[in-house]
Ligand binder design. Structure first.
Ligand code: PLP
Length: 359
C-alpha cells in the first residue's frame, strides 16, 4: 500500500521524511544502541533532546526569553482545567470568547472553578461568523482573556489577535506553526501536538514567566505550571517519544524555511481549495470570508444524500478522512503543514470529477 493524502483533523498527517527518520532510528537512536523510547527521561541524552526541542520551538516561533516552554500531558483538554486552576484565584473571573466547539468546551470547564464571563452572547458550537471586537463585552477585572484562534470543527478562525488589557490565552492546537504570531501579545499559548507538531501525547504550554504562580490548592501536581516550570517538565515521566517526534517535525520545518515557509504554503493551499468551492454549485462553505481557517476547510455537498458515497469514492482515490466532525456534519479537509500542495490539487481534481459525474 502506498502513502495516501490524509486529511484527518488530528492525529494528522506527518511529513514523510519525519516518519522515515523515526523508522531508521527505531532500533538505534543516535548510536545509543536502543530506541529513543527506551531511554530514561532523566538521562543526559533525553535532557539534551528536550532542550534542543525547546530551543527549536523558541527559534521557530520567536518566543522571547521571558517565556517558559512546558511539555505537559493530558492534551489540550487537560489545559481547559489547568488554566483556571493556575490562573484563576478564588473569587476572580475570566473572559471567554466563544467561537465554536472548542472554546465553548474550554469555557464550560472553567465554569467548574469560578463563574467566568462569556464575551460574546451569541456564542454557540456551530457558528459561521463572529461579532467584531467593538461588540464584545469584556469584564475589565478578568484575570485573563481566553480565545481559540482556530475552531477546528467548523474552520472558523480569528486572524487578528485580540487586543486586551489582561493576559491573553490562546488554545492554538490547530493553528500553532501555521502562521506567524507575535508571542509577546500572549500570556499563555497551549497546543497539543497531534495536529501540526507531531503525534499525540505531548502538549506544549508557552507561558510568560510572571504568570507562573501558586495554583489553587486542589490542582494535581501534573497540572501545576509552577511545579512543571520548576522541574523543567520532568516531574513525572514525560512523553519522551512524542517529544522526540516533535523534535523531528520542528527540524524538518526549520529546514523547509520555518513558519514563513509554512504560512506561504498554507495560504496558497487554502486559497486554492476555497476558490474552487466558491466557484462550484455542487460544493459550498458557509464560513464568513473574514474568518476562514487556513488549516481546516469545511464544505457541504449540495445533495446531502451523496455524502457517504463521496467519502467512499474519495477514499478509493487515496484521499482519506474527509468526513466532518459529527457535531457539525458535512466534510472537512484539514490542510496542516504536512499536507503538500499536491494533496490539495489531487483533492480538487477529485471533487471536480465527482461533481461532473453526480451533477
Ligand atoms: C483537537 C483540539 C483540542 C483537543 O485536543 P486534545 O489533545 O484531544 O485534548 C482542543 N482544542 C482545539 C482547538 C483542537 O483543535
Amino acid at each position: 500500500m502506498s502513502r495516501v493524502y490524509n486529511f484527518s483533523a488530528g492525529p494528522a498527517m506527518l511529513p514523510e521524511s519525519v516518519l522515515k527518520t523515526a523508522q531508521a532510528q527505531m532500533l538505534d537512536w543516535d548510536g545509543s544502541g536502543v530506541s529513543e523510547m527506551e531511554i530514561s527521561h532523566r538521562s543526559p541524552q533525553f535532557e539534551a533532546l528536550q532542550k534542543q526541542t525547546q530551543d527549536l520551538l523558541r527559534e521557530l516561533m520567536q518566543i522571547p526569553d521571558n517565556y517558559h516552554i512546558l511539555f505537559m500531558t493530558g492534551g489540550a483538554r487537560a489545559q481547559f482545567d489547568a488554566l483556571p486552576m493556575n490562573l484563576l484565584n478564588e473569587g476572580e473571573t475570566a473572559n471567554y470568547l466563544v467561537s465554536g466547539y472548542w472554546s465553548h468546551d474550554a469555557c464550560q470547564m472553567a465554569q467548574k472553578y469560578n463563574s467566568v464571563h462569556v464575551v460574546n452572547p451569541s456564542a454557540a458550537v456551530n457558528m459561521n461568523t463572529l461579532s467584531t471586537p467593538a461588540n464584545w463585552d469584556i469584564n475589565p477585572k478578568g484575570s485573563y482573556f481566553f480565545y481559540t484562534p482556530n475552531e477546528t470543527l467548523t474552520g472558523l478562525a480569528l486572524t487578528d489577535t485580540p487586543k486586551v488589557t489582561m493576559p491573553l490565552v490562546a488554545d492554538m492546537t490547530s493553528y500553532i506553526l501555521s502562521q506567524h504570531y507575535n508571542v509577546s501579545d500572549f500570556g499563555v499559548i497551549f497546543a497539543s501536538a497531534q495536529k501540526n507538531m507531531g503525534q499525540a501525547g505531548v502538549t506544549v504550554v508557552i507561558i510568560r514567566d510572571d504568570l507562573i504562580q501558586e495554583p489553587r490548592a486542589f490542582t494535581p501536581n501534573v497540572l501545576s505550571y509552577q511545579l512543571m516550570a520548576e522541574k523543567n517538565s520532568l516531574y513525572n515521566t514525560s512523553p519522551t517519544y512524542a517529544i522526540y517526534i516533535m523534535n523531528l517535525v520542528l527540524k524538518d520545518l526549520k529546514a523547509k524555511g520555518g513558519v514563513t515557509w509554512a504560512e506561504q504554503e498554507n495560504r496558497k493551499k487554502a486559497a486554492l481549495l476555497y476558490d474552487f468551492i466558491d466557484s462550484s454549485d455542487f460544493y459550498s462553505n458557509n464560513i464568513d470570508k473574514n474568518f476562514r481557517s487556513i488549516m481546516n476547510v469545511s464544505f457541504m455537498l449540495s445533495n446531502g444524500k451523496l455524502q457517504n458515497n463521496f467519502l467512499q469514492q474519495s477514499a478509493e482515490h487515496g484521499l482519506l478522512n474527509l468526513k466532518g466532525h459529527s457535531a457539525v456534519g458535512g466534510m472537512r479537509a484539514s490542510l496542516y503543514n504536512a499536507m503538500p500542495l499536491a494533496g490539495v490539487e489531487a483533492l480538487i481534481k477529485f471533487m471536480q470529477n465527482y461533481a461532473e459525474q453526480n451533477q
